[in-house]
Design a protein around this ligand. Sequence first.
Ligand SMILES: *Cc1c(COP(=O)(O)O)cnc(C)c1O
Length: 210
Amino acid sequence: MAALRDRIGRAGGDPERVTIVAVTKGHGPEVCRAAVGAGLTRLGENRAQELLAKSAEVADAEWHFVGRLQTNKVRALAPVVALWESVDRRPVIDELARRAPGARILVQVNISGEDAKGGCPPERTAGLVHAARDAGLEVRGLMGIGPIGPPEAARPGFRLLTALADELGLAERSMGMTADLEVAIEEGSTMIRVGTGLFGPRQGAQDPPD
Ligand SMILES: *Cc1c(COP(=O)(O)O)cnc(C)c1O
C-alpha cells in the first residue's frame, strides 16, 4: 500500500487524487477484508460469481465490475455493483437500463487492439456514451486496458483514452494496472486498477469470462 502510493507519487500523480481500485480476483474474502481495513475500500472483480460470493461476505466495500460483462449476469450483480467499468456494447447498456436504472458506468474502449481484452472500438465510443446517457445511465468516464508488452507500449492507447474522455467531457479515466500504472498516470489516469502490485501473484489466475 505504501509502496503503491510511492509509485503513484513518483509518477507525478497525487496519491490523494488517483483512485486505487484493489483488484481482488483470485484471492479470498480475507484478502478483501484486509484491503478494506487498510483503507482500500474500492474492490474490483472480473468475474460475476467471484464478485457475488465475496460481496456477500464483505459488504462494506465499493464493488467495481471490471471484466467482460455478460448480459445474463447483470441482474444478479445489480444490487452490489457500485461502478460498472467494462460496458462496451449496446445489449449491456439496455440490460443495465432495465435491471440497474441510473447505474454508474464507464465505457470500456479497446485501446490495445487485442480482442481478448474487450472494449468497444475507439470510433464507437461516442455513440455508446450517448446511448448510455439516453438510457438513463450515469456515464462517469472511460476505461481501457493496456496491451501485453513493455509498459511504454501502453502509452499511445492511454493517450487516446484521455483524448476521447476530454472530447466527451468525461472526468474519470480508469487506466493502468500493476505493470503500467506509471505510464497511465503520466497520461492522465484518475483510477488505477491494481491486483498483483498489492496482493502478490494470484493462485490459479484466470482471465477469461465465466
Ligand atoms: C486483473 C485485472 C487488473 C489487475 O491486474 P494486475 O496486473 O494484477 O494489477 C486490472 N484490470 C482488470 C480489468 C483486470 O482484469
